[in-house]
Design a binder for this molecule. Sequence first.
Ligand code: ATP
Ligand code: ZN
Length: 213
Amino acid sequence: MSSILRIALQKSGRLSEDSYQLFKECGIRFDYGTGKLKSVSSNFPAEFLFLRDDDIPGYVEDGVADLGIVGENVAVESTHQVETVHRLGFSKCRLSLAIPRATDWNGIHDLAGKSIATSYPRILGNYLQEKQISAEIHEISGSVEIAPGIGLAEAICDIVSSGSTLLSNGLKEVEVIFRSEAILIARPTLEAEKQTLLEKLLFRIKAVQAAKN
Ligand code: ATP
Ligand code: ZN
């Protein structure tokens, strides 16, 4: 029986275009952006599934997909057991702490006893523990940057790229706690045939990356 790799990609968002480009540069053709949920490659034994990025680690762990591309922030925050196979170098961003612009900042210890709103409670929790700071983590799923303005929290921890969202919400970035980029993840126990296909794919990805450097 011939195997096929099932690869989960973000349906539409900040990872989508570069993920698609990567496979294109690897010479792997498939339909993309047609609104379909999946697409079989016409020239490589792979089938692509288009999903929300947050669901990808779970699908990879469960074996619905063999591989996936997600932001490292999503993989690290997730409780699902997946393996990081390769760093892809795109969709770079940082997870930072921010506070109201008018508030003084003398360092991370200023957060002791404060409440911090975030969609990344695990990454933030680990960071605070490492720094031996006890603060209250307030988990919210979106629009984290409005939390201080509405009195929900005294600080936030969120993804920052340009900083303009922070600025328009009267916040300032005070500490970077995590740097992220897109990564290729895999189920830790791939069957031998799929492992061979993954190695073929990785060989091509590395060649594409080498040609760019
Ligand atoms: P989905 O609808 O698939 O759940 P999403 O809104 O959660 O999408 P995106 O905003 O598309 O996700 O971001 C996907 C990933 O891109 C993030 O997890 C992060 O790794 C990366 N990223 C890069 N720059 C940014 C940014 N400025 N803001 C948010 N994420 C960014
Ligand atoms: Zn998402």
